[in-house]
Design a protein around this ligand. Structure first.
Ligand SMILES: Cc1cc2nc3c(=O)[nH]c(=O)nc-3n(C[C@H](O)[C@H](O)[C@H](O)COP(=O)(O)OP(=O)(O)OC[C@H]3O[C@@H](n4cnc5c(N)ncnc54)[C@H](O)[C@@H]3O)c2cc1C
Length: 460
């Protein structure tokens, strides 16, 4: 078998996470090998709205230029829609400056990152499928891959292997507890020349039975994602078309209806599963997971890329600081420290995504949430600071989460409490606790929070 040696790092996968990791390490002077299954531009419905927190992380890594010159659209905030009503929330300012996210075609963004890494002198990209991690004396020392060029198995040796092979990772099972749940499916379509009610905004439509997302991905294309709860993927059929026309269309803002109906008629749908994969990695010397292979949350809040960039910044900065990359102890310590601390930065992102999805599934909670955010001021600005990943304050997130539930109770029991109204309020509070408790427990809470949730679990 052909073996290539001399790399500091070997990255499996050149998607959003692997590509950005190669860019950050490569431009900082490390010798990086990247193995990517296919270098062709893909057409996917995932990873198309980057929250401002993700834009900020890219800039902190000196990679802000990766968002330029491929028709990415500025995103300034969100519009919310429910039962014919709507309002808008702008992203908060940071240090007196306006912040924004980006909407783009995932394939175009990934190609932009790949173009950049291919041009870096320290980065070598191999097209092929990684099949196996190589171990020597209990330490991962590289990867075996089948080259697309000659269909032969080759070996790459490196001081550290970074697994970034995405949501269908073939390495996850060996490197983590591998817990995995499908929460729902997103059916995606492109709306052409759509007249968005709020230009340069993400749109969340609180529809029944499940929410829809709409946001610009180029100057003339808008992505629409429609959620299908449960673990059965929607299939193209006359029933599906009828469902979209009769159940979804009447809940949409009128401005987008013409382009929505045209897209339904065209029926170029793509479907993706939405996973919940808590990060529970095993520490194994010589290897680290980053991106969807490590951790996934519901894409309702568009946070996966921001979580990945946050992780890349955290682990990458530690790796770049290592003076001698033949010091395997220093590499393994960096990975250990990263795994032990990453929840501090990503807990809000993870909890909010699936908690908000749970809220949207519950009729009373979704109404309470919509009305709560509509009050404006800190009721809207602080939750949006968390959604945009500008704030990573877990206590603030939990305070607003339970304030939404209590606000819902105060509305339900109006004008005065009756037995049925109290029962309904109790059920709503119970749902709120049941939605958020397991998500908080996944994020290594401190003793006080853990204890408080145990008590709440016993009460409800
Ligand atoms: C429906 C949906 C919508 C989403 N929308 C958003 C959003 O709007 N905003 C957001 O921030 N996040 C969103 N996400 C999440 C986001 O897409 C992911 O978090 C992000 O793409 C993760 O990047 P990654 O590099 O880990 O995986 P990917 O981007 O999927 O990259 C994995 C790469 O690994 C390669 N690969 C796989 N196996 C191998 C192998 N064996 N050998 C070599 N290469 C391999 C693949 O070809 C691919 O290039 C969404 C997710 C879903 C499911």
């Amino acid at each position: 078998m052909d073996t290539v040696k001399g790399f500091d790092v070997c990255i499996i996968g050149a998607g959003v996470a692997g590509g950005a990791m190669a860019a950050y390490l490569g431009k900082s002077g490390l010798k990086v090998a990247v193995v990517e299954k296919s270098l062709a531009e893909h057409d996917r419905i995932i990873g198309e709205l980057l929250q401002p927190g993700g834009v900020i992380k890219l800039k902190e890594m000196g990679l802000g230029h990766l968002l330029d010159d491929f028709d990415a659209q500025e995103i300034q905030g969100y519009g919310l829609f429910m039962n014919g009503d709507c309002f808008r929330i702008s992203y908060p300012e940071q240090d007196g400056h306006a912040i924004s996210g980006r909407g783009f075609r995932n394939g175009k963004f990934v190609q932009k990152i790949r173009q950049y890494i291919i041009g870096l002198p320290g980065v070598t990209v191999f097209e092929g499928s990684a099949n196996e991690l190589i171990e020597e004396n209990g330490r991962v020392s590289g990867v075996k891959y089948t080259s697309k060029q000659d269909d032969q198995v080759h070996v790459i040796e490196a001081g550290l292997t970074v697994v970034c092979d995405g949501m269908f990772s073939i390495f996850r099972k060996k490197l983590s507890s591998g817990d995995k749940k499908i929460s729902s499916y997103f059916l995606g379509m492109v709306l052409k020349n759509c007249d968005l009610p709020f230009k340069n905004h993400g749109h969340v439509i609180v529809a029944r039975p499940s929410p829809c997302l709409v946001y610009p991905i180029s100057s003339d294309e808008t992505r629409m994602l429609i959620d299908f709860p449960g673990n059965e993927a929607p299939r193209k059929s006359p029933e599906l078309i009828a469902y979209l026309k009769n159940e979804i269309a009447p809940q949409l803002p009128v401005q987008i209806l013409p382009s929505f109906l045209a897209a339904v008629a065209e029926a170029k749908f793509k479907v993706m599963p939405n996973h919940l994969i808590p990060a529970k990695p095993f520490v194994k010397n010589g290897v680290v997971m980053v991106g969807d292979s490590l951790n996934m949350r519901h894409p309702l809040t568009g946070a996966g890329m921001t979580a990945a960039f946050t992780d890349i910044y955290n682990v990458g900065t530690r790796l770049i600081a290592i003076e001698d990359f033949s010091n395997t102890a220093a590499i393994d310590e960096s990975v250990r420290m990263f795994y032990n601390s990453r929840h501090k930065q990503n807990a809000t992102i993870n909890i909010l995504a699936d908690a908000l999805y749970g809220v949207m599934q519950n009729e009373d909670l979704s109404v309470a949430c919509y009305d709560y955010l509509k009050r404006g001021g800190n009721y809207a600005q602080q939750p949006v600071a968390i959604l945009s990943a500008v704030s990573r304050n877990v206590k603030m997130l939990l305070r607003h989460f339970f304030a939404v539930a209590l606000y819902g109770v105060s509305n339900i029991i109006k004008p005065f409490p009756t037995i049925p109204r109290l029962k309904r309020s109790y059920n709503m509070l119970k749902s709120a606790v049941q939605i958020v408790s397991p998500l908080v427990m996944n994020e290594r809470p401190g003793f006080v929070v853990r204890y408080a949730f145990r008590i709440a679990g016993a009460l409800f």
